[in-house]
Write a protein that binds this ligand. Structure first.
Ligand code: PMP
Length: 284
């Protein structure tokens, strides 16, 4: 694989970052994951805007312009011959050569890394045809989940808890209400109405969430943005999650309770189709 590190395209085995990098020592870093379909970027604009928002929220410098970022994404897709897959981007606060809780001086160069992941079958996914089984777990993450930081230890632990329980993923619960999935936004559908938690500091402002809600509205579907409990979701007709890497993923079971007939629901499947079709058409 050819990867990108601080202005250079290199074989992955030659890529180097300082051991003092704050991304490594402090999780002082933000990231984005953009999907690639037909060799083109899905919603690059949305990811670029959110990256800027995350950087601003943490007083982190922008490593390059949006146009440069687009060029890097495209060049990596080309060099690695990605038809379907993902591009991972991470920006850290860099380092001034030692470990210190205090931020380094403002002229310290940020670190920027991008790499591709080849994923044939990303769109025509067997997992999406089957639907996901999820469990619920406590949400014990920090209070700024709207900033896309690389603090992913708890979400990783959540995925492991799900795996141990024979499930695919976990939804997190805080103060009695579902926040989101470990790496996706959460929805249920009851009597034709799509319910999802409103945006706040408590959840990531999903790029896919925004697009899917817009498409649902255009398709005259009813949407309620409000807090909901896991019990409500268990009694739903269907449920699903959204993320840039899995698009719209039907959920067929919550904490061992099958939703509807236990197969992917019609609204989730229709939204997945619409999302894939429209996103492909708008890809850059
Ligand atoms: N919530 C969390 C916690 C996530 O990690 C992600 C994926 N990065 C999402 C939601 C979905 O966001 P997006 O649609 O932008 O991928």
């Amino acid at each position: 694989r050819t990867v990108y590190v601080n202005g250079e395209y290199l074989p992955e085995t030659d890529a180097k970052i300082s051991i003092f990098d704050r991304g490594f020592l402090m999780a002082d870093a933000v990231y984005e994951v953009t999907s690639v379909l037909d060799g083109k970027l899905i919603d690059f604009e949305g990811h670029a805007v959110r990256l800027k928002r995350s950087l601003d929220a943490l007083d982190m410098a922008e490593p390059c312009t949006k146009d440069e970022l687009l060029d890097i994404h495209r060049k990596l897709v080309e060099l690695n011959e990605i038809n379907e897959g993902l591009i991972y981007l991470q920006v850290t606060r860099g380092s001034d050569g030692d470990r210190d809780f205090v931020f380094p001086s403002e002229d310290t160069a940020p670190t920027i890394v991008l790499f591709t992941q080849n994923k044939p079958g990303l769109a025509d996914s067997p997992a999406a045809r089957k639907g996901a089984k999820i469990i619920s777990i406590d949400d014990i993450r920090w209070g700024r989940r709207d900033i896309k930081t690389v603090q992913l230890l708890y979400p990783s632990m959540g995925k492991m808890m799900a795996k141990k329980a024979g499930a695919d993923d976990a939804w997190m619960i805080e103060d009695g209400y579902v926040t989101e999935g470990t790496s996706n936004n959460a929805y249920f559908v009851k009597n034709g109405t799509i319910v999802t938690r409103p945006l706040s500091n408590d959840i990531l402002h999903g790029i896919t969430r925004k697009a899917v809600l817009r498409m649902a509205e255009e398709a005259q579907m009813k949407i309620e943005e409000r807090l909901f409990t896991i019990d409500e979701a268990k009694e739903a007709d269907e449920a699903f999650t959204t993320s840039a890497s899995a698009f719209v993923m039907p959920v067929v079971e919550i904490d061992g309770v099958a939703l509807g007939d236990g197969t992917p629901g019609p609204i989730a499947c229709r939204l997945r189709e619409i999302y894939l079709e429209e996103s492909r058409a708008a890809a850059v």
